[in-house]
Every structure is written in structure tokens, then in C-alpha cells.
Design a protein around this ligand. Structure first.
Ligand SMILES: [Zn+2]
Length: 126
């Protein structure tokens, strides 16, 4: 994984963006100018207006077929033992589902464990 800093033009505004490159996937993160942390940008249009609408947390021991799965969406929380949708093939994982205010594309930001590494990913899902 390589962290690259570069300058990109978007809608006549200059953003200093950071790209995290992992294989062919790219996660684009905006500036941290206001000190609240860096903005995750839409994988479809690079807008920073991403909204969370659901979070999935998966907890299990290595290679276990069942574990703990917790979904929080709005005011609803569901806890079960199903691991379908876990971004990690063998361990724990986290999915944050997002929708973009600008282009309406839905995406998922995932964090997973694999072979001692913490893997992040951001994919469009519609
Ligand atoms: Zn978008």
C-alpha cells in the first residue's frame, strides 16, 4: 500500500487529495483543513457529501462459521450470528453503507482483517 499526495482539479476548485492505493482499488480522502478528520469522497463522483445509512459489525474467531453480527440502521438494531456480508473471509469486519448527496450512488466502506493486516476498501454497490 502506498500513500500518495497530489493535487487534483474538480469543479474549478483545487483540492489537495490523498489517495490510498491498494492493488487496483483507490480510496480518495479529502483535506483535514478544519481539524475534524479527512473527508471520504464518493467513489463515483468524488463529492464529499456522503451520508451513512447503515453499519454492519462482524465479530468472530478465526475461520468460525458463526459469530456475532450487529446491524444498526436508523433507529433499528439487529443482532444475530450470521456472517453473510462480512468483508473478511476469515476474521472480523466492518461495513459502513453510504449514499452520495450529489450523484445518489450507494457505496460501502469496509474494514477487514486478513492475514494480520487491516484492509480498507470502498466500492459502489448500485
Ligand atoms: Zn457521488
Amino acid at each position: 500500500m502506498t500513500l500518495v499526495s497530489h493535487v487534483r482539479f474538480q469543479s474549478a476548485v483545487v483540492f489537495n487529495l490523498y489517495q490510498i492505493r491498494w492493488n487496483k482499488m483507490q480510496i480518495i480522502i479529502g483535506n483535514n483543513d478544519e481539524g475534524f478528520g479527512s473527508e471520504l469522497l464518493c467513489p463515483n463522483c468524488c463529492s464529499s457529501y456522503l451520508h451513512h445509512y447503515k453499519v454492519d459489525v462482524f465479530e468472530r474467531t478465526q475461520d468460525a462459521k458463526v459469530g456475532i453480527h450487529c446491524t444498526v440502521s436508523g433507529e433499528i438494531t439487529i443482532i444475530d450470528r450470521l456472517l453473510e456480508g462480512n468483508p473478511s473471509p476469515r476474521r472480523n469486519g466492518l461495513n459502513i453503507f453510504l449514499w452520495c448527496e450529489k450523484c445518489a450512488v450507494k457505496s460501502v466502506f469496509s474494514v477487514s482483517q486478513h492475514k494480520g493486516h487491516t484492509i480498507i476498501d470502498l466500492k459502489c454497490i448500485n
